[in-house]
Design a protein around this ligand. Structure first.
Ligand code: ADP
Ligand code: MG
Length: 398
């Protein structure tokens, strides 16, 4: 999907047409003395798109950014930005074409105020002194306050950057990059070292920059990835292993294998059922031991072919239960009617599981709400819901 803002870059000044990709990476290989850090990598990005890249350590994520900024030249293949082949161009030229890169440690002037840092980035050609002391045109005056607003630092404008928190410094540096109106922003592991609140604020900022900028964000923190991700690209051994939504990524057997070291012994369909049960069980923010036990018991019972395998499976399923996605997306990923009925029975039992002796009291408000949502999202007829609940109740009475 091309956002409407993309049309603003379509003109005769060498900018790209709205239907084109802003970034196209075609069969790029990077060899370091024969070691392939990138191996026949293909990738493309639309204007205004926000893409998150994940992958285990050594997958080639940083090298991938290095080939875009010109820090590393591909051994083979081409990188095109706004239709132009970047081969042989030096880093500063590529940067001036409209690519901004945010490194892991903030690069701000600590002894200058937040406002001064932004002013320098807006008018770098004027040099430190003239940009600080020369009068502004009205258009220029509008820019810095708008940037302060965007990065949420208006109330900090007159503070020296040295007094900012780590998260605020990260946002300031992003503001300094945005000041240069790049078409593409590259951000390498921005959440590292941030508190939860800072991470969340950063996620909001990056999301607000999408549409008016294309963004590539490399990240390890899966909570953060889930917050901002639209499309996710998984790199592994220098190639694209998988591309899709976060939910697809988390259900894909190859991705799970790369992250957890072993291929899942359940099918992808079974993984989707598990994801819904996990979403229901986690809805109140915790996975109670009773909920975990019943989820593992029922899921392993469903998926295993014999009792020996059932016990083996429990340990593996526990790992998968620890990561969870939103209920909406988990259900959207489900396929046919049979699966939906299976999921309803399992979820009903899990929400009743917190205290098996007092079944009515065991459903807390949050769980009741989520369960209601689940029924709505599953779209099963009321009589089917009643029948399934009745079957579970009858089993629990025994
Ligand atoms: P990631 O960012 O995904 O952790 P990198 O792109 O940093 O991965 O590295 C990919 C692989 O390439 C790693 O095995 C790394 O050791 C190797 N590598 C990266 N840069 C160089 C270099 N300049 N010389 C030799 N090997 C390198
Ligand atoms: Mg890296």
């Amino acid at each position: 999907m091309i956002p409407a803002s993309a049309s603003s870059v379509a003109d005769s000044s060498g900018a790209i047409a709205p239907s084109e990709k802003i970034l196209e990476i075609d069969q790029v290989t990077v060899s370091f003395d024969g070691f392939l850090a990138l191996n026949n990598l293909n990738f493309s990005l639309a204007p205004g798109e926000l893409r998150v890249i994940i992958g285990p350590n050594g997958a080639g994520k940083t090298t991938f950014l290095d080939t875009i900024t010109g820090k590393v030249q591909p051994t083979q293949g081409t990188v095109r930005f706004k239709g132009r082949n970047l081969r042989g161009l030096p880093e500063h030229k590529i940067s001036r074409m409209g690519i901004g890169r945010k490194f892991q440690t903030p690069r701000v002037y600590l002894n200058l105020t937040v406002r001064e840092n932004l002013e320098l980035s807006c008018f770098p050609h004027k040099g430190v002194f003239s940009s600080l002391f020369s009068p502004r045109t009205p258009a220029e005056r509008r820019t810095v306050p708008a940037l302060l607003e965007t990065v949420g630092l208006t109330s900090r404008a007159e503070l020296p950057a040295a007094l900012l928190s780590h998260g605020e410094k990260q946002r300031l540096e992003i503001g300094m990059l945005v000041a240069q109106s790049p078409d593409l922003l590259l951000v390498d592991e921005p959440a590292a070292g941030l508190t939860d609140e800072e991470t969340y604020a950063l996620g909001e900022l990056l999301q607000s920059l999408a549409d008016s900028h294309a963004l590539v964000v490399i990240e390890h923190d899966m909570e953060f990835v889930r917050q901002i991700a639209r499309q996710v690209t998984v790199l592994h051994q220098g190639s694209v292993l998988f591309e899709g939504s976060m939910d697809d990524v988390q259900s894909d057997p190859r991705v799970i294998e790369v992250y957890l070291g072993n291929a899942p012994s359940i099918t992808e369909e079974q993984m989707r059922v598990l994801r819904v049960v996990a979403a229901v069980a986690w809805c109140d923010g915790s996975l109670a031991p009773a909920e975990e036990a019943i989820a593992l018991e029922r899921l392993s019972g469903l998926f295993a072919t014999d009792s020996l395998q059932k016990d083996e499976l429990k340990g593996e399923l526990r790992d998968y239960l620890m990561t969870h996605v939103s209920l909406e997306s988990a259900i959207a990923a489900l396929g046919d009617r049979d699966l939906r009925e299976q999921v309803l029975a399992l979820s009903y039992e899990v929400v009743r599981a917190s205290d098996p002796r007092d079944r009515d009291a065991s459903i807390n408000e949050r769980e009741a709400y989520t369960y209601g949502q689940l029924i709505e999202l599953l779209g099963l007829p009321p009589e089917v819901v009643q029948r399934i609940e009745g079957e579970v109740d009858a089993r629990l009475m025994k």
